[in-house]
Ligand binder design. Sequence first.
Ligand code: ATP
Ligand code: MG
Length: 386
Amino acid sequence: MEQMILAKCGEIVLKGLNRSHFDQILLKNIKASLKGLGAFDIRLAQSTIYIQTLENADMNEAYERIKRVFGLAAVCKAYMCEKSMESITALARECLADTLEEFNTFKVEAKRSDKRFPLKSPEICSEVGGVLLEQFPHLRVDVHNPEVTVTVEVRDFGAYIHAVREPGAGGMPYSSNGSAALLLSGGIDSPVAGYMMAKRGVKLTGIHFFSPPYTGERAKQKVLELASIMRNYCPGMKVAVVHFTEAQEAIRDNCKEEFFTVIMRRMMMRVAQQIAYKRHCGALITGESLGQVASQTMDALHLTDSVTEALILRPLIGMDKEEIVKISRKIGTFETSIQPYEDCCTVFTPKHPRTKPTLRDILKEEANLDIEGLVERCMERIEMEE
Ligand code: ATP
Ligand code: MG
């Protein structure tokens, strides 16, 4: 009894002439996700991807990994046999035993793309249904509202049976929609923001600002750990770690305290824009949500934006903290995010930040800084973490 995995393509099925471009990226990503598990045969036919092990791989592990690949609407474990009713019914008896234990009603659906197969779809259904009723006496057929649907597919290259489908990761294939730089702090929000854009097919590079000795090695390690969890969804994501101490000290020593945060965020944006440009990223991504803190009011966000010409994506802008936390738990970053290490944003935070700073206020303060020099020196001290 040979086990395999079937994966249904998601939104890319709506693509027109450029469909094959997205298909190819999706297939490449599936292949990459299975790295280390052995060789697989992966083929795409009629918006379904058939994944078969060639060397007895751990198919449960393969299944878990494929569930995280963006661009798939549904996944299921399936079993394969040769194209004869004898083999198909034998397989149905054997492979569905565990699954059907859990249900009371079922129906059988058949898809016959090999038109040379002697039985037509309704005949396949009734024969397999009969065999299952005999084998599992607790089951009843319910064609309108079954608890589980058993699907039999007769394709050119073999016959398959599968029962329980699970939702796939959804979205668009990772790396099919351009690249962007994610401003990654150690908090809850930014990993979620990155996940949301990765789900839309955006390839990510992380940027993390740290300020030793005000922020410690553990704080940096925490961010790298977040990045490594994110790699489950964003394979190969790198993180540029930027030394931000000098810039922060310059702001502390030369600017009015009530404007620290906005000036610091503008400084981050200047540096982030240059990194993005160097790495051919088409946008910056942040984890900001409107009104969450003083630096995320509409006025403050506008001031942050006005320092760069880059496109800034803020996928969490309209989300509540609770909604963000829910996603953070789902993607596995929450427990790491809540570890209590300081972020450079919490160094020198003003006691009473201005919620409505004006551009004039900010420019006046920034005139006291050697902005070009500070940005340049940030750019000189970047560590790329793989
Ligand atoms: P998070 O939970 O992601 O830390 P937050 O609600 O704490 O977000 P802020 O600290 O104001 O919000 O930061 C807003 C956004 O700015 C973050 O979501 C992130 O994109 C970016 N950011 C903040 N601190 C850093 C940092 N040290 N390095 C890189 N980006 C950062
Ligand atoms: Mg933060």
